[in-house]
Design a protein around this ligand. Structure first.
Ligand code: ZN
Ligand code: ZN
Length: 295
């Protein structure tokens, strides 16, 4: 059994308030449990509440947590300094992620907790912290965690967890290559099918997933204004999910400008788009607190 729980579903910046109560205001954080393994995808502000829950679950026993960071934009790491299990010496925390453009993954995490930005240094975290820059696929017991580079204005990773029977894909902060490269005329004339090829590789990576937690930041109407920002119009993510034969697609990384009613509308649109492409992918909206069991 694989159990997935959403602790933060928002993109870009935390958005607390009445209008985001149902889908949630915390930024990206998803917990995945499988056997004894405890995996976390991204350390946005949602990881604070997850940490509090873990303190209750492991009051005296040590815990080992594997945190997979997609990339180091604020909305994906800002909660980590508030992840209380990292301050307890009995615990072990593994952090996995990509390097930055000119800094190591480790250094970026340290900079976030530099005294100019935060009162406590990374070194003050008393848990055994192991920082790994992702170079190859990871094996954790019977789990295999593969990665794939996305199209985003930072090195950004998608992850796929396979346990032999079930699979989970976490893919946020991605823009279709067809949306960016086709708009560079030089590249478009040089190799018109190259962006399509790259998008196909992404579809291949997701193929057959039981659950895709995938970004759905913009509507088709909003997208042209935000081209190049590293996010997708709804039509393309649903199309990719259908092409990949994904069983369930949870719309994730909700735009801060989208209130609950708006996200409801996007979920309805996603279902219609999936039908239009004759897909069987079930589309839902990722909500803070929602738990999905892949049995
Ligand atoms: Zn983001
Ligand atoms: Zn980002």
């Amino acid at each position: 059994m694989m159990k997935v729980r959403f602790w933060g579903t928002r993109g870009s910046i935390a958005t607390p308030g009445q209008s985001t109560m149902r889908y949630g205001g915390n930024t990206s954080c998803v917990e995945v449990r499988c056997g004894n393994e405890l995996l976390v995808f991204d350390a946005g502000t949602g990881i604070r509440d997850l940490g509090n829950q873990l303190l209750k679950e492991f009051p005296t026993d040590p815990m080992t947590v594997h945190v997979f960071v997609s990339h180091t934009h604020w909305d994906h790491i800002q909660g980590f300094p508030f992840f209380l299990p990292a301050y307890q010496p009995k615990n072990t925390i593994h952090l996995y992620g990509p390097p930055g453009r000119d800094k190591s993954f480790d250094k970026i995490l340290k900079i976030q907790m530099d005294s100019d930005y935060f009162p406590v240094e990374l070194g003050a975290m008393r848990a055994k912290l192991h920082v790994h820059e992702i170079r190859e696929d990871i094996k954790l017991g019977s789990l295999e965690i593969k990665h794939f580079y996305l199209n985003h204005p930072a090195l950004c990773l998608s992850y796929r967890v396979n346990d032999g029977t079930r699979s989970f894909v976490y893919a946020t902060d991605n823009e279709p290559y067809q949306g960016t490269l086709f708009h560079n005329t030089q590249l478009a004339t040089a190799a018109t099918d190259f962006p399509t090829y790259l998008d196909e590789k992404f579809v291949e990576f997701m193929t057959g997933a039981d659950l895709l937690v995938g970004e759905a930041q913009y509507t088709n109407e909003e997208y042209p204004e935000k081209r190049g920002w590293g996010h997708s119009p709804l039509e393309s993510v649903v199309r990719f999910a259908v092409q990949a034969n994904v069983k369930k697609f949870a719309l994730f990384h909700h735009d801060p400008q989208h209130d609950d009613d708006f996200v409801d509308g996007m979920v309805r649109d996603a279902k219609n788009i999936a039908m239009h492409f004759k897909g069987t992918t079930e589309c839902i909206g990722a909500k803070e607190g929602l738990e999905i069991v892949l049995a």
